[in-house]
Unconditional design. Structure first.
Length: 690
């Protein structure tokens, strides 16, 4: 039976039931085709339900009339991979996408024709129709009505906000592109358009965004506190695209549409002139603020980093030459939950906390409106008053607290007593102290089968729906459970926040909770464990059989501990300075790649300078703007080379840029390789029969 998708003014629906999905952006043309399924399963392990992806015009038709849908640009192969991994797809067809791409994704030949682009110029529309038609040929038969994964189409991007037609001309342009897409064959349940900063939506489902900082901003100083850390009914992020000149407010009525975020910053891609570093906590606190402000879709841009393809005519990154900001030529890491070379980061684990919650409890949660106390501050510059919000349905709900503001200290709040007035009662929480950088949410009157959790001082994570229903909570304080009703057939499991970050829910013959610092993926082959140390995991309930290659090594509370029988090998690395000049320093790096069952090998480079470039046998393979953090390069994409050349370029102490961490200077210059190391990554498979 075909799944039915829809929406109302409050939330999305799936088979006529409230639906709170998680969405993450990956650009197939920026990542190797042979690792697509591996990466999609990593996204799924992080809690992603919907993959969002741009089709980038200049990647597919850099030379007019020469369409390229091969290798990493195999669009049909990517959509098929989404289907095979059990993921939905929001296909963002542009034609203008921004995406930190040259010309915002337009091929040079299109720009040079002199059309009034991003408008109803007949010549431009003819070119767009040709492009849309070629895209449709690639995905024909893979729309959800045909049993495929494509449930949505995004039309254009930031129209009227970052260039293009505005006002009624913009509205008509979006409507024209929408009609064109439908005529060509893009028949899907959801048609979306970006809605922030005065962008035009043409009556389509508006999606919003929010970033922890603004690397594209031309300012070279610390920015004002971001409003994305404040609980508010305001959906607009005034920092997105501020290098273009921002539109005022939004062009649609909030009351007509659910609050959907398609572009929450999963990280930030630094520019040459501005290099802020997004940490996991920056993304987590922003997510809490959005959940408490009523969002009913959490979508992250980017969720998976990548590498810009090399152009046939020009480089393909966004630059000031094209009227934008300067980005690295190859690096599109974005400090995303999944990094440029497939590393599952701390940010993925942070977002996974909320993904696990909405997976199990989101259907009821997304029908809960927002209530903002009068004392809740409405501006990010207020760093002293307590920021909190409620979402409830007059019977049950959650209180959200965010005492975190990126790059700014927040006042501590002692002896806070949270009180929520419901239709028939008042719920009062025990007194707590809320410290700087605290952010979390707490339940009240939460249904647990036949019981009711009146309140708790810990946060719900997930539920194992087995013969006994196991409700899992986490936090670093006393649980403070106040329960009523029949507890027969249910149990409560308490985790520390650290263990919750390392928690993975999988389904074998029954549902299990795995706690492991290694990455845990459920794939069509079985359960994969990926890590750089000895592969150890705790599981509850226990497995019926010991997995091949593992041993049971003990118990940790209710969890059974398993260890992989394996040796972790060191990867010897050496380097030497080859040439030194005012232009750059060049180093030769040599590795001794261990033999045996190795999944990947990560080269870790610590340097001080402006930026660095990496070469294999003279081929330029990776680059990096200095941000004061270790640079990591995965080597399996390059067939595990044992010799590499590194160039480090000098940074002047008076350089006009914003850096959170400046390097040490010698005679006013930083240009030095400090350290190189490498780590092997291993994978183990736990097989099972469905």
């Amino acid at each position: 039976m075909m799944t039915a998708f829809g929406f109302n003014t409050s939330y999305l629906t799936k088979d006529d039931k409230p639906w709170f999905p998680m969405m993450g952006e990956i650009h197939y043309s920026r990542y190797p085709q042979k690792y697509w399924k591996e990466s999609l399963y990593k996204m799924k392990a992080g809690g992603i339900d919907i993959v969002s992806a741009y089709a980038i015009w200049i990647h597919h038709e850099e030379i007019e009339g020469e369409y390229d849908f091969n290798d990493n640009k195999d669009l049909r192969g990517f959509v098929t991979a989404c289907k095979e991994c059990g993921l939905y797809l929001l296909f963002r067809i542009g034609p203008w996408v921004h995406g930190e791409v040259r010309n915002g994704g337009f091929p040079d030949w299109l720009v040079q024709k002199g059309y009034k682009a991003r408008s109803n110029d007949p010549g431009y529309l003819k070119e767009v129709r040709n492009y849309y038609t070629e895209l449709y040929k690639q995905v024909q038969g893979l729309l959800c009505k045909d049993g495929g994964p494509i449930i949505g189409i995004q039309i254009e991007n930031e129209l009227g906000h970052c260039g293009g037609a505005s006002g009624e001309a913009g509205e008509e342009h979006i409507r024209t592109l929408h009609r064109m897409a439908v005529e060509i064959g893009f028949d899907v349940p959801y048609y979306t358009a970006t809605g922030w900063g005065g962008a035009i939506t043409g009556g389509l489902l508006p999606v919003m965004g929010g970033y922890p900082e603004a690397p594209w901003e031309h300012s070279l100083t610390e920015l004002e506190p971001s409003s994305n850390y404040v609980f508010s009914h305001e959906r607009n992020d005034h920092n997105i695209g501020s290098d273009f000149g921002i539109g005022e407010g939004v062009t649609f009525d909030y009351a007509d549409f659910p609050y959907l975020c398609a572009e929450l910053g999963g990280g930030m891609q630094v520019t040459y002139q501005r290099r802020p570093v997004a940490e996991a906590e920056d993304i987590g606190a922003m997510t809490i603020a959005k959940l408490g402000s009523g969002v009913n879709l959490l979508g992250y841009y980017m969720y998976h980093g990548g590498t810009n393809p090399k152009g046939k005519v020009t480089t393909l990154q966004e630059t000031r030459f094209n009227g934008y900001s300067d980005y690295a030529e190859l690096n599109y890491d974005f400090r995303a939950p999944i990094r440029e070379f497939g590393q599952m980061s701390d940010t993925l684990k942070e977002i996974k906390l909320y993904a696990m919650f909405v997976k199990d409890f989101g259907s009821e949660f997304c029908s809960m409106p927002v209530y903002l106390p009068e004392s809740n501050p409405d501006t990010a510059n207020n760093l002293t008053d307590l920021r909190y919000a409620f979402r409830h349905n007059d019977r049950s709900g959650y209180v959200f607290i965010n005492n975190y503001q990126r790059r700014y200290p927040m006042a501590e709040h002692e002896n806070v007593k949270l009180v929520v007035d419901l239709l028939e009662e008042t719920v009062t929480f025990p007194e707590i102290t809320i410290k700087d950088r605290d952010y979390y949410f707490l339940p009240f009157n939460m249904k647990l089968s036949k019981a009711v959790l009146k309140r708790a001082m810990v946060t719900p994570l997930c539920c194992l729906n087995n013969t006994v229903k196991s409700y899992v909570f986490y936090g670093d304080r006393e649980p403070g459970y106040l329960l009523q009703g029949d507890m027969t057939g249910i149990e409560l499991i308490d985790l520390s926040r650290k263990d919750a970050l390392n928690a993975w829910k999988v389904k074998l013959k029954q549902e299990h909770l795995i706690i492991s610092t290694t990455d845990v993926l459920q794939t069509d082959q079985g359960i994969e464990l990926i890590g750089r140390e000895k592969l150890i995991f705790r599981i509850y309930p226990d497995l019926s059989n010991v997995p091949d290659g593992f041993v049971r090594s003990g118990m940790d509370g209710i969890f059974t501990v398993y260890e992989k029988l394996m040796d972790v090998q060191e990867v010897p690395v050496g380097y030497r300075l080859e040439t030194e000049s005012a232009q750059r320093n060049t180093y030769e790096i040599e590795l001794k790649i261990p033999q045996g069952n190795m999944e990947d090998c990560f080269l870790q480079i610590t340097y001080q300078g402006d930026y660095a470039k990496l070469y294999r046998s003279g081929e330029f393979i990776a680059d990096h703007f200095y941000v004061g953090k270790e640079w990591e390069v995965g080597l399996k994409q390059f067939d595990f080379p044992e010799k590499l050349t590194l160039e480090v370029y000098p940074l002047q102490e008076n350089a006009e840029m914003f850096l959170e961490t400046w390097p040490d200077m010698k005679n006013g210059i930083a240009c030095e390789l400090n350290h190189v190391s490498a780590q092997a990554e291993y994978k183990a498979l736990i097989t099972y029969k469905r």
